[in-house]
Every structure is written in structure tokens, then in C-alpha cells.
Design a protein around this ligand. Structure first.
Ligand SMILES: Cc1cc2nc3c(=O)[nH]c(=O)nc-3n(C[C@H](O)[C@H](O)[C@H](O)COP(=O)(O)O)c2cc1C
Length: 100
């Protein structure tokens, strides 16, 4: 994805997520996105299944885990973003220390 496309996607996602009470994080590396979405169940489901999943800018979407959470891990992030560098391994226990 080109830099401008990514910036636009993030701006739009942050604005929208903020307005619907969704928080989370997006990690990007090469051709792969890994995203965490948090919020009320139906809101998150609708965002993913009605919008993100159908986005033609990506394909082969996969839900790795879905379920209830006691607290939000990314409560201050309408959509935190981290670009993983080549050779960098996501060995952190939490994404908190990776996000900016
Ligand atoms: C990897 C990826 C992650 C996305 N994450 C979000 C998100 O968290 N929130 C959001 O509103 N849109 C997100 N989008 C964009 C949506 O797929 C979609 O473009 C947008 O919700 C459509 O809004 P519109 O129909 O009002 O233009 C993401 C897109 C991609 C490719």
C-alpha cells in the first residue's frame, strides 16, 4: 500500500472508530496487516463483517480470535499503528510498547 493510501486509511479509521466507540491497533509489514479491534460486540462485528472484510484493498482476511474481554488493551487508541521493520520480530508480550 502506498504511503498516502495508508495515511488516508488510518485517518478515516481513527475518525470513524472514535465515533463508534471502537479502539484497537493495526500492525503493518510488507503485504500483511494484523489488526486488533475492541468495542461493543455488535459494533465490532458490524465494522469487520460489513466494512473491513469487504474492503478491496486487501484480501484473504482471517479472524484469529474473537471473544469477550474484561478491559480494553488499547483504550487510548482509536487505531494505533505500528510498521514492523524488516527482520523485526513481534516478540513483545504486548503491543503497547510498540505503538506510537
Ligand atoms: C487493513 C484495513 C483495516 C481497516 N480498519 C478500519 C477500521 O478500524 N475502522 C474503519 O472505520 N475502517 C477501517 N478500514 C477501512 C474500511 O475497510 C472501509 O474502507 C471503511 O470503513 C469504509 O468507509 P466508507 O464506506 O464510509 O467510505 C480498514 C481497511 C483496511 C484495508
Amino acid at each position: 500500500m502506498f504511503e498516502e493510501e495508508l495515511t488516508e486509511l488510518l485517518q478515516r479509521a481513527r475518525q470513524h472508530n472514535g465515533s463508534i466507540g471502537v479502539t484497537g491497533a493495526l500492525v503493518y509489514r510488507g503485504e500483511v496487516f494484523l489488526q486488533v479491534l475492541e468495542g461493543p460486540k455488535e459494533v465490532v462485528r458490524s465494522l469487520y463483517y460489513d466494512a473491513i472484510q469487504h474492503d478491496t484493498r486487501h484480501k484473504e482476511c482471517l479472524v484469529l480470535w474473537e471473544g469477550p474481554a474484561q478491559v480494553r488493551e488499547f483504550e487510548d487508541w482509536s487505531m494505533g499503528f505500528y510498521r514492523l521493520a524488516v527482520g523485526e520480530l513481534p516478540g513483545h508480550r504486548s503491543l503497547d510498547d510498540l505503538l506510537f
